[in-house]
Design a protein around this ligand. Structure first.
Ligand code: PLP
Length: 401
């Protein structure tokens, strides 16, 4: 190469690596529990009926393909903010939110952290839960934004380490940015309970820390979009001016459409206007303006009462299938005579489950049983179906006994 020979090889994406190995496996028993997308009970990608309907309605409108505004359409942005904070919440009533359309949740995180990097006057330090989605530290690194980890997952209980988290947040320097998964924590599936969120909100307020919520799974955890927004809404009610990254990849199955939103709550209209103007400058320099197709679908669904109702049913159906698979998996492992405790499978929530399988057990289940998952023992419950659950359970029992 004339110019680029010295470029070091980047780390490969682990999930894609797992998919490649799974695809190469010729065993009829093989199961891929590495997928980060919802699958139906036949293991197939799922297009929500509400999304199909929205696509038909949009098609009938014969719309043009002009540029969208830099921040996205007003109706889309308002619908996103209302979905997250609630129609009658203070920021919505007072219009003190700056909300822009983004390239899905990742784009919202990147834009939000970039904004923090440019304008944050306090401690330039992001605190991430341990563990967290691999892209959180990676985005911080890319922006040269220092980060630390706060305790989150307790391997002993396979649940939330409330004491550890509180202790660590208490010693975070004033003005640090605290990243929180709003619901369905990835990779652990462990969410704080309502009282625990209230406690975190109090500490974050008292210690003058800044909460940045990543909400990639609203509706996908419990099946209710309002219930899943509970953490965000508790914080807002407690007077926090939060930042929020939203994604419609999972809850509308719009993965490849790359549609999401970033909201900065500003407390007053004048600040919201200034923040909005700077977000637009950022967007302009990265991709000028957002894509129109996905946001049209989201807008159609959220602003058409009948379609929205259908969508709420669709999200609940996905969440319910996952909850049912958790129950069946736990019962089947226990039924196989396992001596271990498996309550965490049903206590955890959302797409992912931290099984507690050790790296050696993961190796074994992959080699001997053709079941693919990440080394940390995380399985995607979306990859489990009524057809493979017995086999998966039997295999988990085999490698853990
Ligand atoms: N945040 C978390 C915790 C996630 O798990 C994901 C997706 O896996 C995202 C954000 C962003 O996903 P997307 O960019 O597809 O919306």
């Amino acid at each position: 190469s004339m110019w680029w020979g010295s470029v070091p090889m980047g780390a490969p994406d682990t999930i894609l690596g797992i998919r490649d190995k799974y695809n190469k496996d010729s065993s009829p028993k093989k199961v891929n529990l590495g997928v980060g997308a919802y699958r139906d009970d036949d293991g197939k990608p799922f297009v929500l009926p509400s999304v199909r309907k929205a696509e038909e309605l949009i098609y009938q409108k014969c719309m043009n393909h002009e540029y969208a505004p830099i921040a996205g359409e007003v109706a889309f942005r308002e619908a996103c903010a209302k979905l997250a904070f609630g129609d009658c919440s203070q920021p919505i009533v007072d219009k003190t939110n700056a909300t822009v359309q983004t390239l899905s949740g990742t784009g919202a995180l990147r834009l939000g952290l970039d904004f923090i990097n440019r304008y944050w006057q306090k401690k330039r330090e992001v605190w991430l839960p341990n563990p967290t989605w691999f892209n959180h530290p990676q985005i911080c690194d890319m922006l040269c934004l220092p980060y630390k980890k706060y305790r989150y997952y307790d391997p002993k209980t396979k649940g939330f380490d409330v004491n550890g988290a509180c202790e660590d947040l208490c010693r975070a320097p004033e003005g640090s940015v605290i990243l929180l998964h709003a619901c369905a924590h990835n990779p652990t599936g462990v969410d704080p309970k309502k009282e625990e969120w209230e406690c975190l909100s109090k500490i974050i307020k008292e210690k003058k820390l800044f909460p940045f919520f990543d909400m990639a799974y609203q509706g996908f955890a419990t099946g209710s979009v309002d219930r899943d927004a509970q953490a965000v809404r508790i914080f807002v009610k407690d007077g926090h001016q939060v930042m929020l990254a939203q994604s419609f990849a999972k809850n509308m199955g719009l993965y490849g459409e790359r549609v999401g939103a970033l909201t900065v709550l500003c407390g007053d209209k004048c600040t919201a206007d200034k923040v909005m103007s700077q977000l637009k400058v950022s967007i302009r320099t990265i991709y000028s303006n957002p894509a129109i197709n996905g946001s049209r679908i989201v807008k159609e669904i959220l602003t058409n009462a009948e379609l929205k109702q259908q969508w709420l049913v669709d999200v609940k159906a996905m969440a319910d299938r996952i909850i049912t698979m958790r129950k069946m998996l736990r019962e089947a492992i226990e039924g196989a005579g396992s001596k271990h405790k498996w309550n965490h499978i049903t206590d955890q929530i959302g797409m992912f489950c931290y099984t507690g399988l050790t790296p050696a057990q993961v190796d074994r289940i992959t080699k001997e049983c053709h079941i693919y998952l990440t080394k940390d023992g995380r399985i995607s419950v979306a990859g489990i179906t009524t057809k493979n659950v017995a086999y998966v359970a039997e295999s988990i029992h085999k490698v853990t006994s």
